[in-house]
Ligand binder design. Structure first.
Ligand code: X90
Length: 275
């Protein structure tokens, strides 16, 4: 069994099971950045900031997915929301090609309708089940139930790159970039960016994230916070969560290239388990 996840999950290596990360790319007029574990995200962000021209991203193609499947018998392919990227569509095509070429092989594509740390939770849960010896069918069934009880929240200072690439309503994008306003939002049921609140200042944004967590049925499970060059806010949020829900397991990580490009400096993403 093998887990394959695209790089928007911020999972680049995974111990204990067979795993491959499929990179997305960040593209400017001058350079192409492959979102793998070798990418210097800080240098990329600085170079993009200095770029005047168009910038964008591209998702892995069918061949990239096939290569990542390797020669595994049973594959779980975990993707960013199909409503913002062609990543999942490419994985679905790769599944067809792979299963035709290897009649005994099975590929289960999981469109997470989310990204970043919520994807990490799914990947880590799949790993747990594989290590426990669950069957392919059992895992396919269980992941659907699991994902009904996970969510993604975020706080973003800028939606410029989202707007520039036509992935958010321009009216929503306009709100950010003014007077330290942050958009606190969630991945909608359809897997799109949904604005919930406009917050003035980081303190307010963190309070709002905590109250959204509570409102969404978080009761002390697993939380993964990822940030774009904002470790202080991520650590402050972790502290607040642990103070209210002492039994919760909270981890903090830096965003990889893809999440960093869209979440922009200061951005926080938060994947969580709910009841
Ligand atoms: O195919 C491509 O080129 C990739 C496009 C990806 C677009 C979305 C990236 C989101 C990164 C930013 C904040 C969370 C938004 C959640 C919406 C589901 C993370």
């Amino acid at each position: 069994m093998k887990i394959v996840a695209d790089s928007s999950s911020n999972v680049f290596t995974l111990e204990g099971v067979s795993f491959a990360s499929v990179p997305l790319k960040i593209i400017t007029a001058q350079a192409e950045y492959v979102d793998d574990e070798k990418l210097d995200v800080k240098a990329m962000a600085e170079q993009i900031k200095a770029t005047k021209g168009r910038t964008g991203t591209s998702c892995p193609n069918v061949h990239d997915w096939l290569e990542a499947f390797g020669d595994a018998d049973q594959v779980f392919a975990v993707t960013i929301t199909s409503n913002l990227s062609g990543c999942c569509a490419a994985a679905v095509q790769a599944k067809q090609v792979y299963e035709e070429a290897h009649p005994s092989a099975k590929v289960h594509v999981i469109d997470t309708l989310s990204t970043g740390p919520e994807m990490r939770l799914v990947v880590e849960k799949l790993r747990q089940w594989i290590m426990e010896g669950k069957s392919f069918e059992e895992i396919c069934h269980a992941e659907q139930t699991y994902r009904a009880h996970t969510g993604l929240l975020f706080s973003l200072e800028s939606l410029d790159n989202f707007a520039r690439n036509g992935r958010v309503n321009p009216a929503v994008a306009k709100v950010t970039g003014v007077l330290g306003i942050r958009i606190v939002g969630t991945a909608s049921q359809e897997g799109t960016l949904q604005q919930l609140h406009k917050c003035r200042g980081e303190k307010k944004a963190l309070e709002t994230l905590v109250s959204e967590l509570r409102g969404r049925g978080f009761a002390g499970g697993r939380v993964c916070i990822s940030h774009s060059f904002n470790a202080p806010a991520a650590e402050a949020l972790k502290k607040q969560i642990l103070a209210i829900w002492p039994g919760s397991q909270v981890t903090v990580e830096q965003n990889g290239g893809l999440c960093c490009y869209y979440a922009e400096p200061g951005g926080l993403l938060l994947g969580f388990e709910s009841q």
